[in-house]
Design a protein around this ligand. Structure first.
Ligand code: ADP
Length: 241
């Protein structure tokens, strides 16, 4: 019973996950047996040097890529056994992605960029409501070129959260931003975690971002070196840049 309760509180768990890109002499072992449990509703930061496997794990948990071996579970369902169409449905209905470069459509307004998602996802909120959550309701009709980098990233976050994702994956979300816009973006992520209850996983090589996480997973050389629970989380405003 105790085990069952524990399992039902997990967003993800993995067992001995490996990933090898390429073959033969060109093969790169990106993950070397990753076993981890991610509780629902937490903000988790994956920290480590470039090339240590963080994005690879994020992409596998986000259903963008498949592991070479091992198992991954999303809320007790075996993600690693999903068919391609099950993975597509999983991404569409449960997962939001935010990348370092915002990937907005330049010919669409902020609102239209968000609507690209709200029109296909089930349980989506209104595009304007999503823009309101990131503090950009009054910029709904602006094109990406009329917005600053931080504002564009907030539109990308609005697009990702509009479907009310169970999980939000962020890969270097503040990597291209200066300190004050970076903090504003982290504040938005903190609000999403609190208000929508989404589990958030953030890949970064910036140790400062880790200070606002519930849990920090330290990566090195394709594996987990250490997992540290943060007893004293900082707010986005308290983070030094
Ligand atoms: P991180 O996110 O920690 O920077 P990655 O997960 O992106 O690390 O990469 C881990 C390793 O896998 C690196 O050596 C990287 O070069 C390699 N890698 C990542 N994606 C690919 C790919 N599509 N093809 C070949 N090698 C890759």
């Amino acid at each position: 019973m105790v085990t069952e309760n524990k399992v039902s509180t997990l967003a993800f768990s993995t067992q001995n996950l490996t990933k090898i890109y390429g073959e033969g002499s060109a093969a790169v072992q990106a993950l070397r047996g990753v076993t981890i449990e991610i509780p629902k509703g937490e903000m988790v930061v994956l920290l480590g040097p470039s090339g240590s496997g963080k994005s690879t794990l994020l992409n596998i948990l986000g259903g963008l890529d498949r592991a070479s071996s091992g198992k991954a579970y999303f809320e007790q369902r075996e993600l690693s056994a999903f068919t391609d169409s099950e993975l597509t449905r999983y991404r569409r209905n449960h997962v939001g992605f935010v990348f370092q470069f915002y990937n907005l459509m330049p010919s669409l307004t902020a609102k239209e960029n968000v609507e690209l998602v709200t029109e296909i996802a089930t349980n989506a909120m209104d595009a304007e409501e999503a823009l309101g959550l990131v503090g950009l309701k009054n910029r709904a009709d602006h094109f990406p070129s009329q917005l600053s980098g931080g504002e564009q990233q907030r539109v990308a976050i609005a697009r990702a959260i509009a479907k009310q994702p169970t999980v939000l994956f962020c890969d270097e979300p503040t990597g291209a931003l200066d300190s004050s816009t970076g903090r504003a973006v982290l504040r938005v992520l903190q609000n999403v975690n609190k208000e929508l209850g989404s589990t958030i996983m953030i890949v970064t090589h910036a140790a400062n971002t880790a200070k606002m996480a519930d849990r920090v997973v330290h990566f090195a050389d394709g594996g987990i070196r250490e997992i540290v629970q943060n007893c004293h989380k900082l707010s986005a405003e308290e983070i030094e840049w």
